[in-house]
Ligand binder design. Structure first.
Ligand code: SIN
Length: 502
């Protein structure tokens, strides 16, 4: 294989991957953009919540930054937050120029919604609760129409290729499992989250922490994996996974959380009630759900089915009505704050490897993410990564040409019943012991159980082995943090440590 035609490789087609590919192409570079399923399969495509951005004249990046830092429970990197909130408005203006269509008021002005822990209404939505679908449609059109971007769907990355101290390419597998080695002067991972490592998640089936496993195998540092966000209001339909999300914007619009007697209960946990930070609301909901039931009540909201057509359709598929029924809810794994540690341009700790979007740990979320900051993070840091890689390419980097070794080509399979059973056990341990509330004995048990599964995983079940690798890292990170902070709650260490440890 020669490096003569080597192009940067972008992996993943949520907002961050699409934007990184577009940014590189707009700077004059050819790009290979791959996704393991289709352009419609990503957390972004499913996003009901919107984009938080300080675009309103009465708002400011500084206020948005203050809210982001307050939500992070002391752990956000103030410089990364400053980048996010300062550059966000320009990125959203560019999005509008590229064809994104957000909801507007009767005067044609952008309409800003409110979500928990924001001090003011600053969330842009599309068609009420179809923001993600709109973004993916708009950006897919942009990348598919750009001759510099080759898009390959149903294309997996089996492994990153490292020569010396840098990532130099990847082994790709097509739909038939046939491998191809590609040289790349830069690989940008935009592979999203890890929700499918848990029993109940709002994430789509593709969210299996692939980027974390690829980066970790290539020697990159993962950080803050213990900080997971559980969404308080997933529709509780036993056995249904992914769980249908009932967007937080419903509570922002005035929906209540009530118990089986019809009484609002979140005020018992926090004076902000339904608008308290997500981890607090999620624990309050879990508590009630196990003691008689927790329900979202949106029946009193005017024209609620028109305002939230996506949610209305999701609940209707389960025989429920947003306008007429109490909706049973339970928390579900939703978002990972940690990930592949990056600098402010998305660069990982390994040369040649970048990470953007949910799979990255840029430092903007700290221990807890402010609602609707993730799409903005995807945009802002994908833009920075695209520019950084563009600069690298302009300097004609020397990417060594190489012949892949036989081990690089091991395609394997995950289809067998043993691998399926192993993943089910992993999900069960993570959900029970590394979920909303954690303890030392539970975390130790999870670590042991996952280590045992890793030892016995069938040979060739590489995707299961990758997920177990990450499950072990999550459990280890959670056990190592002997305090409660943000999304990480330890029953045995109920308070935050006075000194913040990174
Ligand atoms: C939601 O719509 O409730 C989710 C939005 C987000 O996770 O930021």
């Amino acid at each position: 294989m020669s490096s003569a035609r080597a192009r940067p490789l972008v992996v993943g087609t949520g907002i961050a991957g699409l934007w990184a590919a577009w940014r590189l192409a707009s700077e004059g570079h050819d790009v290979l953009l791959v996704t393991k399923a289709t352009l419609q399969d990503s957390n972004t495509a499913w996003a009901q919540g919107g984009i938080a951005v300080a675009l309103d004249a009465a708002d400011s990046p500084a206020q948005h930054a203050a809210d982001t830092i307050a939500a992070s429970d002391g752990l956000a990197d103030p410089i990364a937050v400053e980048v996010l909130t300062r550059e966000g408005p320009d990125r959203v203006r560019e999005l509008l120029e590229l064809g994104a269509v957000f909801d507007r008021d009767a005067d044609g002005e952008l309409r800003f919604g409110l979500e928990a822990a924001h001090s003011r209404a600053r969330i842009l939505h599309a068609e009420g609760d179809r923001t993600g679908a709109m973004l993916v449609a708009a950006l897919s059109k942009v990348v598919l129409g750009n001759p510099r971007i080759e898009v390959r769907q149903h294309c997996r990355v089996r492994r990153l290729l490292r020569r010396g101290d840098r990532v130099v390419g990847a082994i790709l597998l097509n739909d038939a499992g046939e491998p191809e080695a590609v040289a790349a002067p830069a690989v940008i991972l935009a592979t999203g989250g890890c929700g499918q490592l848990f029993e109940i998640t709002t994430n789509p089936p593709v969210a299996t922490a692939d980027g974390w496993a690829l980066a970790h195998s290539a020697g990159a540092v993962l950080s803050h994996l213990e900080f997971l966000q559980f969404h308080p209001t997933a529709l509780h339909v036993p056995g249904v996974n992914p769980a249908p999300l009932l967007t937080e914007a419903l509570r922002g619009a005035g929906a209540w959380l009530v118990d089986a007697k019809g009484e609002r209960f979140v005020f018992d946990a926090d004076p902000r009630g339904e608008m308290a930070p997500r981890d607090i609301v999620a624990r309050a909901v879990a508590h009630r759900a196990y003691r008689g039931g927790a329900f979202l009540d949106a029946r009193h909201l005017p024209n609620v089915e028109q305002a939230f057509p996506g949610v209305a359709a999701l609940v209707a598929a389960h025989g429920l009505s947003l306008a007429h029924d109490l909706l049973p809810v339970a928390p579900a794994m939703h978002y990972a704050m940690g990930g592949i540690r990056t600098d402010l341009a998305g660069g990982s700790t390994v040369a040649g490897l970048w990470a953007v979007g949910e799979c990255a740990n840029t430092g903007v979320h700290g221990a807890n993410r402010l609602a609707s900051n993730s799409l903005l993070e995807g945009l802002v840091f994908a833009d920075r990564a695209g520019r950084a890689v563009g600069e690298l390419l302009a300097g004609s980097p020397k990417v060594p040409s190489f012949a892949p070794a036989p081990t690089d080509w091991d395609a394997g399979t995950d289809a067998g019943p043993i691998a399926t059973a192993f993943r089910a056990r992993m999900r069960s341990f993570l959900t029970r012991e590394v979920g909303l509330v954690r303890t030392e004995p539970g975390l130790a048990e999870a670590e042991l159980a996952i280590a045992d599964l890793r030892r016995r995983v069938p040979s060739g079940a590489w995707h299961t082995a990758d997920q177990l690798r990450i499950a072990a890292e999550i459990a280890r990170a959670a056990r190592g943090r002997r305090e409660s902070r943000g999304g990480h709650r330890r029953a045995d260490f109920p308070n935050p440590k006075p000194r913040i440890t990174a």
